[in-house]
Write a protein that binds this ligand. Structure first.
Ligand code: GLN
Length: 260
């Protein structure tokens, strides 16, 4: 099989809260299964790549300054990215990356950055820099076909509206807007979310959903992934969700010494 190809965009600029770890997790989960996988990088000013030649395009999160630094460059890539999206390449975007794929992002000072307009939502930050959605977050998504709790950490001023298909409903935390009911944006080949974490180290089932989708696109066939031993990852996930949602979890052996 030809290697699965990941393109990590602006890895040197968009890497809040270990967002680059998401790509490490995907590569690790491929390696454990002997699935060949290559991660390439796109940096500001590089020649525009053929985005359609990839199975996954990834953008992490970044503060307003970083978003300003790369916005013009991202717009340069618009047509080629649009083509890749239409052809079914998987797009994973976190926070600042999520915002820039919508129509626009207006920061706390009123500066407006044009987005790629790949999706219809838009993001506006409140006038005060002190008003931010910060903290742990748990959402429930059904993107995998069954309810799946996804846990992460959010820190954004931007309030995202006009989302036609949210990634999940908020069980704890804020989501797209202050005290919101919905979080992120998704489609068959798109996950855009405010969840840092890194997202995929805390949510192995979601990581495998993304891998499966990418492999399906790559091979044009249904894919069954060999299970990995995720006992520790799942225990961490379950304990975090239980703690935040105040469910009983103290019977779990890993939680015995957990002073929560
Ligand atoms: N600068 C954006 C905001 O504050 C995104 C921040 C982020 O990526 N965490 O809304």
């Amino acid at each position: 099989m030809k290697p699965l190809k990941i393109l990590h965009m602006y890895a040197d600029i968009l890497d809040l809260y270990g967002d680059s770890g998401n790509m490490e997790v995907l590569q690790y989960r491929c390696n454990m299964r002997q699935i060949p996988c290559e991660c390439h990088y796109y940096h500001r000013g590089d020649p525009i790549p053929d985005f359609s030649a990839y199975d996954l395009i990834y953008l992490g999160g970044g503060a307003d300054l970083e978003q300003r630094m790369l916005s013009a460059d991202l717009l340069r890539c618009k047509n080629s990215l649009q083509k890749a999206y239409t052809e079914g390449v998987f797009f994973l975007m976190i926070c600042g990356g999520y915002q820039l794929m919508g129509n626009f992002y207006r920061d706390a000072d009123g500066n407006e950055l044009p987005g790629l307009g790949l999706f219809d939502y838009y993001t506006i930050a409140p006038n005060s820099r002190k008003k931010r959605c910060i903290g742990n977050i748990v959402i429930q998504t059904t993107i995998t076909g069954e309810p799946l709790d996804v846990v992460g950490f959010e820190n954004h001023g931007g309030q995202t509206s006009g989302v036609s298909k949210p990634f999940g409903k908020v069980l704890f935390g804020n989501g797209n807007v202050f005290e919101g009911a919905e979080e992120g944006y998704c489609e068959k080949n798109v996950i855009a979310t405010y969840l840092h974490g890194p997202l995929l180290s805390k949510n192995p089932k979601l990581a495998d959903y993304i891998l499966r989708s990418c492999l399906q696109h790559h091979t044009d066939q249904p894919v069954v992934l060999q299970p990995l031993d995720d006992a520790l990852e799942n225990a961490c996930h379950d304990i975090l969700c239980a703690r935040l949602l105040k469910k009983e979890h103290s019977s779990h052996p890993i939680a015995k010494n957990d002073k929560m």
